[in-house]
Design a binder for this molecule. Structure first.
Ligand SMILES: C[S@@+](CC[C@H](N)C(=O)[O-])C[C@H]1O[C@@H](n2cnc3c(N)ncnc32)[C@H](O)[C@@H]1O
Length: 197
């Protein structure tokens, strides 16, 4: 099946002027688990093209802040959003808050990062897990105690094992496959609330 298929969520995103259909995944997660609040400082890992940034920018409001990083060049369509700061950086090149020009730990870390897929399932799963492991590695440097977390994961035995071993860093931990996820997709989201730094 073609991934360019113009499904319901694709059309809805276009109509509602969101840059990607993935916004409905974050919307569902946030509605269900109350991840993002007004005035929060949020970092969005792998933000491009930026529908999660659009959603989060509105939700945190003027006093809040959204910092996005992606290996792709900064999306100029988002530069009019006053509370948004974007960087062309890889997750593997950020390790301290100063790398993102901030001086305070984030209230929320969200990651929709996905590797370039090869179509070879085991390779794609390994690459995705590599990103997930890196995010967990840098969490203590970015997420405040009590903070919330969302991360995309390509399902595999290794990923499940990794999450099982690491979920205890959150007081509450959930997994969700949002309704807008394509049925052929093996991705799901891990959601953590109440980070135990
Ligand atoms: C599914 S897209 C994100 C869509 C986004 N949430 C939205 O709503 O528009 C995944 C992104 O992860 C980014 N990515 C992949 N590897 C990365 C890395 N090492 N560091 C930062 N971003 C990365 C890709 O460039 C891609 O833009």
């Amino acid at each position: 099946m073609s991934f360019k298929v113009k499904d319901h969520y694709f059309k809805k995103a276009k109509k509602e002027k969101f840059l990607a259909r993935s916004v409905y995944k974050l919307d569902e997660i946030d509605q269900k688990y109350k991840i993002i609040k007004r005035n929060d400082h949020v970092v969005d890992l792998g933000y491009h093209p930026g529908s999660w940034v659009q959603y989060t920018s509105k939700k945190v409001g003027e006093q809040g802040k959204v910092v996005g990083i992606d290996i792709k060049p900064v999306n100029v369509k988002l530069t009019n959003l006053k509370n948004v700061h974007l960087f062309e950086k890889s997750i593997f090149d950020v390790s301290v808050l100063e790398d993102l020009s901030v001086d305070k730990l984030f209230d929320v870390v969200i990651s929709d990062m996905a590797p370039n897929t090869t179509g070879i399932r085991s390779v794609d799963q390994d690459r995705s897990l590599n990103l997930v492991e890196e995010v967990f590695r840098v969490l203590p440097d970015f997420l405040k105690p009590g903070g919330n977390f969302v991360i995309k994961v390509f399902d595999s035995n290794q990923a499940q094992q990794f999450l099982k071993e690491n979920q205890k860093v959150f007081q509450e931990f959930h997994k969700l496959k949002p309704k807008s996820t394509r049925s052929v997709s093996k991705e799901f989201f891990a959601i953590g609330k109440g980070y135990r730094a």
